[in-house]
Design a protein around this ligand. Sequence first.
Ligand SMILES: Nc1nc(=O)c2c([nH]1)NC[C@@H]1CN(c3ccc(C(=O)N[C@@H](CCC(=O)O)C(=O)O)cc3)C=[N+]21
Length: 302
Amino acid sequence: MSVVEPASAQLMNGTALARETLDRTAERARKLLAETGVRPCLATVLVGDDPASVTYVAMKRRRSAAAGIESRHLPLPGRTTTAELVAAIRALSDDPTVHGILLQHPVPAHIDERAAFEAIAPAKDVDGVTMWSFAAMAFGRDDGFVSCTPGGIMRLLDAYGVDPAGKRAVVVGRSPILGKPMGMLLLARDATVTYCHSRTVDLSSVVATADILVAAVGRPEFIRGADIKPGAVVIDAGYNPGNVGDVDAAGAGERAGLLTPVPGGVGPMTIAVLLDQTVLAAERVAAVAASTAVTSTAAAAR
Ligand SMILES: Nc1nc(=O)c2c([nH]1)NC[C@@H]1CN(c3ccc(C(=O)N[C@@H](CCC(=O)O)C(=O)O)cc3)C=[N+]21
């Protein structure tokens, strides 16, 4: 009888990659400030006082400060109406000192979240939540902003040498800022993409076809290790209370080739992409200002 050693997945270190990414972001922020006097600024909007959201926003603001990005926080009461929230976000969209806007999801149920997201100017949508950004992702363009979690996952795949082209990618979940744009980014990189969701029949058999599996449903240990194709790349994008992912990590560890841990996988990369895109938004504004200055100088010289 032969003894088969259980294969053990290599963990994808999101904490380390996020640190490297944040270092480069901080360096660009420093350079932008030195060369143009512009300090990148991220506005964070939080409606209500959900403890998990309060923690996430605090984490984003801490990392901003460390990267030399100013953060301006707008806490709004839980009873804020859609109209009030839209007006507050429009004001940030119109404020030239703000380069990026993050509206923390979820907002209270009485608010039309889509209307609130659409009040974010596309040029400031560093969280990648607007319809404009979604379209840019779907067309594979690089002049928009990607949704932060899917964008962070693409960077993890790149860092570990995973080329999505021609691979079977299965995305479990179809939320507007996670599952759905995730599939778009994988499609733009030539993966063969399948979405699974609450109405999917025989989820296990679809999951078993995945060379790249992204779990983004928000249900603790929803994906069973036994369903995972041996050697697959497994990305656990679930955030559930208590730092438990959407994947049965022990089971997946025995079958996957590469696996993101929770914590320390996708989460830190989400924040790294948010801040990277905030500096990018500020760089784009500064570049436009510089080219306008050159043009007006040239016009004055004529
Ligand atoms: N408009 C919007 N954009 C978002 O990107 C967004 C959002 N709303 N709402 C909530 C989710 C959640 N999210 C996380 C970010 C980082 C970690 C993270 O860094 N987690 C650490 C663990 C942190 C801890 O120890 O608690 C880790 O995984 O290692 C987790 C979750 C962004 N989200």
